[in-house]
Design a binder for this molecule. Structure first.
Ligand code: NAD
Length: 381
C-alpha cells in the first residue's frame, strides 16, 4: 500500500533539501511511534514539497547494545550538525542495571549538554474531544493552551558544590547548590518573550524571590530584559508555590510561563497532567541562535519508552506527532504546516479515534485503535 511504500527513510532521500534532520527513535515504543511520524514526513514531502535530508542513528539502550555507550561520538557529531533532532524515547528494564554513566538516559543528557539546549518548551493544550480525560472539571480546562518554559542546563541539578559527606557533628549530610548567572536567566527569558509575541503576548515569570537569592536575581533580570527589549509583552511575576496552586485553580489565565530548572521540572509535570494523557504531550528543547538565527533544537514526546506496552502496537503516536509539528514550527518556520498536523490530530480525536491510554470516562461512539491505525487516521485526515 501507499502507506507501506512511504514508511522507509530511504524513500525520503529523493526529496533531499537543505533541511538536515537527525532521527533518533531510541528504545521501547520510541521506534513504534516514530514509524507513524515517518508516514507524515513522507506525506508532507509529497503533498507540500517539504523535504528533509534525514539521518538516523541509535540512542539509549539500542546504542548501548551496539556501541557500548548510550550515544556514539558519531551520532553526537551528526546531532551537532543537524538543524533539528527528532527524538523518541530511551530506557527499559533490560538496561536498568547498567552502570550509572552508561544508563540509556545519559544519551539524552549528553545531547542536551553538548547542544546546550537551555530552554525546554512544554505546551499543555487541551483538545475539546478529550476534555473529560483531565482530572479537573471541564470548565477549568476547556480551551486550555499554555506553554511552560523550563531552564534546562543550570540551577540546582548542575550547581557546584554538590555531594555528600560526614559533617563536623559526625552526621551524614548531602548538599546541592542552586546557582544562576544573569546571562543564563536572560537567555531563557528572551525565549519566553519571543514566544509570547507569537501567542497571546503574556509572560509569567516564576521563582521564589521571597526566600532565595537566585529568585531575587531571576526577578531582577526578567524585569530588566523586559524593559530593555520586550516592553510590548505583558510581564507578571509569581512565586512558584503560588503558581502550583493557580495552575489547578485557573490555568487558563496563563499564556507563557518561564521558570528555573527545578520549579520547571515540577510545574511542567503538573501542567501536563491538566491535559489527561502522557501519550499526547510533545516538547522542544532549544539552544542559542547561531549567526543565521537558527537555534539548535531537539524535539521529543515527554513520555518514556513505556516498556509495559512496547512491541504490542498499543502506543499512542500523538505526542511524537505533535513533537514533529513543533519542529516544523520552531526550527523551520513552517507554522502553517504545523497547524495542519495539529488540526489533523484534533479532527481524528473529534472523530472518536482513541488509543488505549485515552479510553477514560464515557466511551460511547469511540473507536479503539492501535498505534498504526491512529497514525494512518492522522495521515488520512
Ligand atoms: P513512561 O512515560 O514510559 O510510561 C508511563 C506510563 O504511561 C506507562 O503505563 C506507559 O504505558 C504509559 N505511556 C507512556 N507513553 C505512552 C504512549 N505514547 N501511549 C500510551 N501509553 C503511554 O514512564 P516510565 O514507565 O516511568 O518509564 C519507562 C522507561 O522510560 C524508564 O526506563 C525511564 O527511565 C524511561 N524514560 C525515558 C524518558 C525519555 O526518553 N525522555 C522519559 C521518561 C522515562
Amino acid at each position: 500500500s501507499e502507506l507501506q511504500a512511504i514508511q522507509s527513510t530511504e524513500d525520503l532521500t529523493i526529496m533531499a533539501s537543505n533541511r538536515n534532520l537527525l532521527v533518533l527513535p531510541g528504545d521501547g515504543i520510541g521506534p513504534e511511534v516514530m514509524n507513524e511520524v515517518r508516514k507524515i514526513i513522507a506525506w508532507m514531502g509529497k503533498k507540500r514539497a517539504i523535504g528533509f535530508d534525514i539521518k538516523e542513528d541509535l540512542v539509549g539502550g539500542a546504542a548501548l547494545d551496539k556501541h557500548g555507550v548510550p550515544l556514539s561520538d558519531d551520532a553526537m557529531k551528526t546531532a551537532l550538525e543537524a538543524d533539528a533532532v527528532l527524538f523518541g524515547s530511551v530506557g527499559g528494564p533490560k538496561w536498568d542495571t547498567a552502570d550509572f554513566s552508561k544508563k540509556p538516559e545519559r544519551g539524552l543528557l549528553r545531547l542536551r549538554k553538548e547542544m546546550d539546549l537551555f530552554a525546554n518548551l512544554r505546551p499543555a493544550k487541551v483538545f475539546d474531544a478529550l476534555v473529560d480525560a483531565s482530572s479537573l472539571k471541564p470548565e477549568i480546562v476547556k480551551g486550555l493552551d499554555i506553554m511552560i518554559i523550563r531552564e534546562l542546563t543550570s540551577g540546582v541539578y548542575f550547581g557546584e558544590p554538590r555531594g555528600r559527606h560526614v559533617n563536623a557533628a559526625g552526621e551524614v549530610e548531602a548538599f546541592d547548590t542552586q546557582r544562576y548567572t544573569a546571562p543564563e536567566i536572560r537567555r531563557v527569558c528572551a525565549v519566553a518573550f519571543e514566544l509570547a509575541r507569537k501567542r497571546k503576548n503574556k509572560v509569567l515569570s516564576s521563582e521564589k524571590a521571597n526566600v532565595m537569592h537566585t529568585g531575587v536575581l531571576w526577578r531582577e533580570e526578567a524585569t530588566k530584559l523586559h524593559k530593555e527589549k520586550y516592553s510590548d509583552v505583558k510581564l507578571d511575576h509569581m512565586y512558584a508555590d503560588a503558581l502550583a496552586m493557580q495552575l489547578l485553580r485557573a490555568p487558563k489565565e496563563f499564556d507563557v510561563i518561564v521558570t528555573d530548572n527545578l520549579f520547571g521540572d515540577i510545574l511542567s509535570d503538573e501542567a501536563s497532567m491538566l491535559t489527561g494523557s502522557l501519550g499526547l504531550l510533545p516538547s522542544a528543547s532549544l539552544g542559542a541562535p547561531d549567526a543565521t538565527g537558527r537555534r539548535k533544537a531537539l524535539y521529543e514526546p515527554i513520555h518514556g519508552s513505556a516498556p509495559d506496552i512496547a512491541g504490542k502496537g498499543l502506543a499512542n503516536p500523538i505526542a511524537q506527532t505533535l513533537s514533529y509539528a513543533m519542529m516544523l514550527r520552531y526550527s523551520f518556520d513552517l507554522g502553517k504546516d504545523a497547524d495542519m498536523v495539529e488540526l489533523a490530530v484534533e479532527n481524528v480525536l473529534k472523530a472518536g479515534y482513541r488509543t488505549g491510554d485515552l479510553l477514560v470516562g464515557n466511551t460511547d461512539g469511540v473507536k479503539k485503535v492501535g498505534t498504526q491505525e491512529m497514525g494512518d487516521a492522522i495521515v488520512k485526515e
